[in-house]
Design a protein around this ligand. Structure first.
Ligand SMILES: C[C@@H](Nc1nc2c(c3cc(-c4cn[nH]c4)ccc13)C(=O)N=C/C2=C\CC1CC1)C(C)(C)C
Length: 325
């Protein structure tokens, strides 16, 4: 095998709709690398052009020695397994193939020309309701897809919500995601109390060692070290608040004080914050994860009136970005 090329498998749908695996040999030499797009904690994401097809990709490069030294191998595998599991949704950054050479691992992914949602929000300072509704709906639709496939993201934030060339969202950075074991739901539910696993709380200890980015961490992760699907909905509530307010709800001068605000549910809406959006946020920023609005109810909330959920949400034009007056 030529240096740096490993056989990569690409799933394709053939003429009669069957998924076939195409074996392609891609390596470092098949790409010309451009500028750095972003720096992760253990990786660099670089713009690259496929020399044959001239398609542009984002290639995440990980230094093998560094990964091993920092004991991050499991996170790399979680990211790959998660991305390989979340393949058929437009709101997820797609992983095309991976390969390696003696020094590095390479993940070939969607290039999201619009960059990070955080960058766009900073330039706008706030989003108006129409934009918040559109971006909020795309993010929620993607969370719904992830949860249905037993994946909890655990670190949702405007930095890792990217925008493609059509200004549609693409969620990324799954190295700290939690893949839930497919557990059977108990038939009974007789007493009507939510069975503990209905919150899909991650059981194993490793999953609980991770804490996300301070401003978006859920209270349950801080108090009983357990993340669950509803933890992503807490982060979603923080993001909707931040799009309209221009700042996250829980923000203090250091992480410890931010954590105190979170567990004390200590936040205020800016004057003029739209009341329908306020009602939605208040039903998401609830300390008890079991009492947070479930996804189906969020979709039916008045704030999302007018949103056509499903594929059409991803086919429509993104609204022109306008600040909240
Ligand atoms: C959040 C992430 N930043 C970024 N990650 C990715 C980008 C990306 C693009 C721009 C950009 C585009 N135009 N101008 C800026 C800025 C930041 C980016 C992209 O296009 N495709 C896949 C990416 C990531 C996929 C990989 C995690 C699996 C961090 C900071 C972690 C590197």
């Amino acid at each position: 095998q030529e240096r740096g090329a490993t056989v990569a498998v690409r799933q394709e749908i053939d003429a009669n709709g069957k998924t076939v695996s195409r074996y392609i040999k891609k390596g470092v030499r098949d790409f010309s690398f451009g500028h750095v797009l972003g720096e992760g904690s253990y990786s660099t994401v670089v713009l690259a052009t496929d020399r044959q097809t001239l398609n542009e990709y984002a290639i995440k490069i990980l230094d093998k020695r560094h990964i091993i030294k920092e004991k991050k191998v499991k996170y790399v595998n979680i990211e790959k397994d998660t991305l390989n599991r979340l393949t058929d949704h437009l709101g997820i950054v797609r992983l095309y193939y991976t390969f390696q050479d003696e020094r590095s691992l390479y993940f070939v992914l969607d290039y999201c020309k619009g960059g990070e949602l955080l960058g766009v929000l900073k330039r706008m300072s706030t989003f108006d309701e129409e934009c918040t509704r559109f971006y909020g709906a795309q993010i929620l639709d993607t969370i719904d897809y992830m949860h249905r496939r037993g994946v909890i993201h655990r670190d949702l934030k405007p930095e890792n919500i990217l925008l493609d060339s059509q200004m549609h969202t693409k969620i990324t950075d799954f190295g700290t995601a939690k893949i839930l074991k497919t557990q059977k739901r108990p038939e009974d539910g007789s007493n009507g109390v939510l069975p503990i696993d209905s919150l899909d709380i991650s059981q194993d200890d490793r999953a609980n060692s991770f804490v996300g980015t301070a401003e978006y961490v859920s209270p349950e992760l801080l108090t009983d070290k357990n993340a669950c699907k509803a933890s992503d909905l807490w982060a979603f509530g923080c993001i909707v608040f931040q799009l309209l307010a221009g700042r996250p709800p829980f923000k203090a001068s250091n992480d410890f004080l931010t954590f105190q605000k979170i567990v004390g549910l200590d936040y205020e809406f800016p004057t003029g914050f739209p009341s329908v959006a306020r009602d939605l946020v208040e039903r998401l920023l609830v300390l008890d994860p079991a009492r947070r609005l479930p996804i189906e109810h969020i979709k039916n909330h008045e704030f999302f009136d007018g949103i056509a959920w499903g594929r059409s949400l991803w086919k429509q034009k993104a609204p022109r970005l306008k600040p909240y007056a």
